[in-house]
Design a binder for this molecule. Structure first.
Ligand code: SF4
Ligand code: SF4
Length: 154
């Protein structure tokens, strides 16, 4: 290739629009169905059932029921959408943006109830348990009373 031709090509390429983007400074608009990462919609709607964690093939979600805590590791996530589809409360959503570039791939996002909310939740659960126990005891007593009435007198 002649020197002039090579010089011409180099000059031309200096003024031509680059075929690549300067990622991450220039990002392309995601396609309509792009899956990037997931997010929690409202921690107050989460029942900490752990189904999303069990469905995740990449161990990207950790649910701590006792601590009312939900943690997500975006850099482990393969955006398969399983957790979103399996959540019984429809409390997870898929977002189009990928997590931003990092040097710490262990970064996570945590959603957790406040100490007051945890207290209130424990109180409500205890109340529910007590109500259920009282209902079961009443049903048992009624059953025993019916059984006594059914015994024929000798
Ligand atoms: S599946 Fe839904 S409700 Fe259950 S722990 Fe996950 S986010 Fe919460
Ligand atoms: S989208 Fe898939 S890989 Fe990502 S957290 Fe949900 S289940 Fe796990």
């Amino acid at each position: 290739m002649g020197v002039f031709k090579l010089g011409g090509m180099t000059l031309k390429s200096l003024f031509k629009k680059a075929p690549t983007r300067r990622y991450p400074y220039e990002k392309r608009e995601p396609f309509e169905r792009t899956r990037g990462q997931i997010d929690m919609i409202d921690i107050h709607d989460c029942i900490f059932c752990g189904l999303c964690q069990r469905k995740c093939p990449a161990d990207s979600i950790v649910v701590d029921r006792n601590e009312s805590r939900w943690e997500y590791f975006p850099y482990k996530c393969v955006a398969c959408d399983s957790c979103v589809r399996s959540c019984p409360k429809h409390d997870l959503k898929m977002m189009q943006e990928r997590p931003s570039i990092t040097t710490n791939a262990k970064e996570s996002r945590v959603y957790e109830l406040t100490p007051e909310e945890k207290e209130e939740k424990a109180r409500r659960e205890a109340e529910k348990k007590a109500q259920a126990a009282a209902k079961a005891a009443a049903a048992k007593a009624a059953k025993e009373a019916r059984a006594k009435e059914d015994v024929p007198e000798s």
